[in-house]
Design a protein. Structure first.
Length: 414
């Protein structure tokens, strides 16, 4: 991640739709205050509003203007509130469009429990996982053919003529929508490199590749193969691969690998293993402490990051970063929707966006300000004064509105 010794920084921001205006107002004030306190007024953020979503459409007739993309490319950082995308037909997901336009291939979502947060687990303190979700491929590539569309009919005709065995797998060939799911070696391996480099920089000890390769052998199964190759070839001095270990055992006639994994980890190396996606979900609930870093495909990462977040209070406190580690561009965002049903009633939880703002500060090397933000949030939640979503899960809490919650965070930063 980008590290710079700078006294002032310009940060483009997108307010977002629905609850965006409410959570952004508090987030901006807390980010400013954390910088002031951390650096005694010697550093400052210059905010630059850019546009996407409904506000953008009202102002210029476009949901995602080219100027927004160019500004993010220029400044290399940005933060955004939630953007509304209609379900079914309509405009393409603006979140996906931004990630594609900037090639933000690495979606990083840290999930960690701290005292004061609700959890269905007996030992939520074991939850401390960072999910690296490949951000550009899978079904999010948007190669879709609605039922009875021209493209749908052409694709079915091609399958019927050239690949009759595959065509026969269509249980119903009429009124059937078709998606194409691309998974490439290049995209799979660059997300794995990013995860390993992050693990080395942050003293993490284990990386788990999550996939559904037992069913989708040439996409998810290939993802497993290609990501293992990075650990075994490009980082062989830093990683210990379970796949190599298992192959060695099989060669020696030991087909079962029941030994404690600690016996297989060479001192100081990152242990790399893999799990089928459904098993990963089960283990996330039964034994979340077994996860350190997860590397996975786009759809699995979307599901799994929300599932982990549900174990420690929900997506309202789950931050998210979208990064291209080669170009150095990072876009930080709330990890939830625009919640139109509670917009304007002072009930929104701003923690996801605020914690994403803390990740942004870490990204530019302003870790002292990031630490103050996190401390203020934790102290406020531990005081029992929490937004509506957390109040519903905490029996001994007091519900406070969005604006008051942000004021309490600033008080605790003091």
């Amino acid at each position: 991640m980008q590290k710079e010794e700078i006294s002032n920084v310009t940060i483009p921001f997108i307010v977002g739709d629905g609850i965006g205006a409410e959570i952004w107002k508090g987030t901006q004030s807390i980010m400013d205050y954390a910088v002031q306190m951390a650096y005694n007024g010697q550093r400052e953020v210059q905010w630059k509003e850019i546009y996407a979503g409904e506000k953008s459409y009202r102002q210029c007739g476009k949901y995602l203007p080219q100027e927004t993309i160019e500004t993010l490319q220029q400044y290399k950082i940005g933060i955004k509130g939630p953007l509304t995308t209609p379900v079914g037909g309509g405009i393409t997901s603006l979140n996906v469009a931004l990630r594609k336009a900037l090639d933000l291939y690495s979606c990083i979502r840290p999930v960690k429990w701290f005292s004061g947060l609700p959890s269905p687990l007996n030992h939520p303190e074991n939850v401390d996982v960072v999910i690296f979700r490949e951000n550009t491929e899978d079904i999010y590539a948007g190669i879709e053919f609605p039922a009875d569309s021209e493209g749908n009919l052409v694709l079915k005709s091609l399958l019927e003529e050239k690949f009759p065995f595959e065509y026969a797998k269509l249980r119903y060939s009429q009124d059937v929508g078709l998606d194409i799911k691309p998974i490439s070696k290049q995209a799979s391996q660059r997300i794995m490199r990013a995860a390993i480099q992050w693990a080395l920089s942050n003293q993490r000890q284990k990386i788990t590749i999550v996939h559904k390769g037992n069913i989708m052998k040439y996409t998810e199964g290939a993802f497993r193969t290609w990501t293992y190759e990075v650990a075994e070839q490009d980082f062989k001095d830093a990683c210990y691969s379970k796949r190599v270990w298992l192959n060695t055992l099989i060669e020696k006639g030991k087909v079962k690998a029941n030994s404690d994994k600690a016996k297989a980890i060479e001192k100081g190396k990152i242990y790399v293993d893999d799990l089928i996606a459904d098993n990963a979900f089960a283990k996330a609930i039964a034994n979340p402490g077994d996860f350190d870093i997860v590397v996975t495909t786009n759809l699995n990462g979307d599901y799994l990051s929300d599932a982990f977040a549900a174990l420690v209070g929900g997506i309202g406190i789950s931050p998210s970063a979208n990064i291209n580690h080669e170009t150095g561009v990072g876009l930080f965002e709330a990890n939830h929707g625009s919640a139109e049903d509670i917009a304007g009633v002072d009930k929104a939880n701003p923690c996801s966006l605020m914690l994403s703002g803390a990740m942004l500060f870490d990204f530019i090397g302003w870790s002292e300000a990031a630490s103050l933000m996190r401390t203020g949030i934790i102290m406020t939640i531990q005081s029992g004064n929490v937004p509506s979503d957390l109040h519903a899960q905490l029996s001994n809490s007091h519900e406070v509105g969005t604006a008051h919650f942000c004021e309490l965070i600033i008080d605790n930063i003091k």
